[in-house]
Design a protein around this ligand. Structure first.
Ligand code: SAM
Length: 312
């Protein structure tokens, strides 16, 4: 999908490859179909019952952090309380969407403080999905997905790029090296920033890439700062899609592109279907989401923010 928006007489383009999420419930497990590929993912549906059936990349440093209880800002003795507080934001434990949206910073940070080391240990430095071709490893598919995004974005050597919701910087490092650009990662999670800085240093990109700890709903950058902006499975955490896309539009230079992998539900989602609602609530609690928006709502929000869309 390609988005084109006008700003001050210039054209903004936005490429958005939307993950069309289609869900089905199995006993104790949600099955997600991502994009058009028949990829099955075991969704972590409960913070205490994480099940990830993928080949582990066994990040040694991530494993070290996990083993030495450095898995986030939360002290080991406070983990159970944090899990309980996190759960209370969600439907199964009496929470609701309004509360999650009003407290999105606390809800999302609790989720990542609890889950980050485990993600790194089990998945790698990039915290996103990618469809896999036959014979392709998880790592290869993740990198291909990142290279594809950089190519669609048309990133040129030396350009200033923004990664919105950058995790510990796996995509940031890959895209910076792939395109020889300078990437700034914005992220509101302190532990992930600390971890990302260390990994940037080890990868040798710490002179050209950096991290900024801030909320992507209120970015501390002047308007027209970046030559390109991308977001990988991060803006789904925003309490309001329009507000988030509008911020991205503001910091992007006129005529430049925004590319994203977005989480949304197809319009086949039926709010009156109890099973659909249950699956949605399981994905929300399993992934730190205040809500899951429909594809049509995301498109509407992007256009409202000023972008023109085209499908890629
Ligand atoms: C699924 S992770 C994806 C990380 C990264 N894009 C990647 O693919 O490795 C979502 C990221 O969005 C960040 N995030 C969520 N809400 C945010 C907010 N309001 N402001 C800044 N970052 C946020 C989280 O801290 C996390 O790093």
């Amino acid at each position: 999908m390609e988005l084109k928006g006008k700003k001050g007489g210039h054209t903004h383009k936005c490429h958005l490859k939307l993950f069309k999420m289609f869900t089905d419930l199995r006993k104790g497990e949600a099955k997600s179909q991502v994009s058009s590929s028949p990829l099955l993912l075991t969704t972590p549906i409960h913070p205490r019952e994480f099940q990830i059936s993928v080949r582990c990349t066994m990040s040694k440093s991530g494993a070290m952090d996990l083993a030495s209880n450095l898995g986030g800002k939360i002290d080991k003795s406070d983990v159970l309380t944090a899990v309980e507080k996190y759960e209370q934001y969600h439907e199964f434990h009496g929470g609701d969407e309004e509360e999650r949206k009003a407290n999105y910073t606390d809800m999302v940070n609790k989720y990542y403080d609890l889950a980050t080391s485990f993600y790194e240990y089990g998945w790698g430095e990039s915290f996103h999905f990618a469809h896999r071709w036959n014979g392709e490893s998880l790592r290869e598919s993740i990198k291909r997905h990142e290279h594809f995004l950089a190519l669609q974005l048309g990133v040129k050597p030396g350009q200033k790029v923004l990664d919105v919701g950058c995790g510990i910087g796996g995509p940031l490092r890959e895209i910076a090296r792939f395109s020889n650009s300078s990437v700034t990662g914005i992220n509101n999670n302190e532990y992930q920033i600390t971890r990302g800085k260390e990994l940037n240093r080890l990868a040798g990109v710490d002179k050209t890439c950096n991290f900024v700890k801030a909320d992507f709903m209120k970015m501390p950058f002047p308007e027209n700062t970046f030559d390109a902006v991308y977001a990988i499975e991060a803006t789904c955490h925003a309490p309001d899609a329009y507000g988030c896309y509008k911020e991205i539009y503001r910091v992007l230079k006129p005529g430049q592109c925004f590319a994203a992998y977005e989480w949304c539900m197809t319009d086949a989602f039926d709010p009156d279907n109890a099973q659909h609602q249950k699956i949605k609530a399981e994905i929300e609690i399993g992934d730190g989401l205040p809500d899951i928006r429909l594809t049509s709502k995301c498109l509407e929000a992007l256009k409202q923010a000023g972008f023109e869309v085209s499908i890629i």
